[in-house]
Ligand binder design. Sequence first.
Ligand SMILES: [Zn+2]
Length: 455
Amino acid sequence: MHQIQKYAILLVYIYIYSYVMAPKKDSTSTEELKNAVLAQEEKKEYQSDKFTKIETQVKDALSRQATDDALRDVSIWALVVWSSDVHYECFETYVVVRFRIDWVLVDIFRLTHAEYKKIVERLKYAAGLKLNISNVPQDGKYSLKIDGNKKIDVRVSTLPIHYGENIVCRILDSQKAIIDFEDLWFFWTSKRMLERAVSQKDGMILITGPTGSGKTTTLYTILNKLNSREKKIITLEDPIEYELEWVVQSEIDDKNGITFQSGLKACLRQDPDIIMVWEIRDYETLNTATSASLTGHLVLSTLHTKSAADTLDRIINMWLKPYILASALDTIIAQRLVRRICPDCKVEKKKTPQDIGILEAMMKETGMQALSTDHMKLYKWEWCSTCNNSGYKGRMGVYEIITLNEKIRDLIRSWGSVEEVISEARNWDLITMKEDGILKAIKWFTTIEEILRVV
Ligand SMILES: [Zn+2]
């Protein structure tokens, strides 16, 4: 063999090793990057003098034997500080009352076991639970009138633990105003895609994400946008969380045989235009829902999946035939909730070289390296009572939306892989949740740390 051929072969080997076989540095960088950013994060704890006020008020009511007032105070204060869950956690010598604010559990104050006993008895009585049973989990609910005629539902669940009975109360403000479509924080491309999907007479829109990803809010907001007297909208929920005028709302009731499957079939016999079935968990429900979509109904539902790709995967794994999926499905919205920066105490901070490095790496990872980091601002917090000294106030959605156009439908019909479908969707309008999040962080709505933590 000529010397020159040997060199050529060697060069080919070097090329193959360094570009094809060698581990790519970028592939390990995501996790490192995330850890680097989160390690840098300045952690703040939710603190507020409101928490002391709650403690004083509740303990005062308990000492007057006014347990009803104490419970009402806890629920009202939870809503005041934007919380929807109250946790009572038992320890050997005390009980902690905690609120979930945004998504963080915050210790509010402590009770003695004697004080807590009064609360447990009253809560169990109100929620229709058995007072004499404390060694098995129970659940129930009760309603509370505040400010005259405003109604709040409280769902109560108990769990016996070593030191007593833990209780978690979810507070549902069922009459609270549904937010406006404009307030869902969709960027304009996403909004345009969604507006087109909901303006159709038939089809299927799936909203996906884990528990606590804001699916309910998105679903009700879309329903509210579609709500009109000329259309019959029927829902099958578990449970009904908001009351919607004109909408026919029904609820799952296992004891009486109303399951997602049987309930959905019953709803379809009621001549609806639009159907909302809260969740698709099995093939039968999926099959009925897709048939409804193919026979001239607009179907809305949710799926407990992580991303748009994961959703397609799940549906295909439920053995729905690809040609049915391709015709029945229109839009998948995958979403998460991230905390919003407190508007009252954010202050711009000067970027360090490390900050710039992290930003550039993130842009590269999401394929947005064309955007210059020069205009990206970073911020720091000052102390502020608006955000209970946490730096965050309220939450917003980050989304990825796929709408099926003819090309994507053809791809699904011809058994294209999920990767091929996603890649085709990216040629059109699809932006991933992470990209949506980074764009929102760049616009100062949330933070890079928050996006990395959640998405
Ligand atoms: Zn603040």
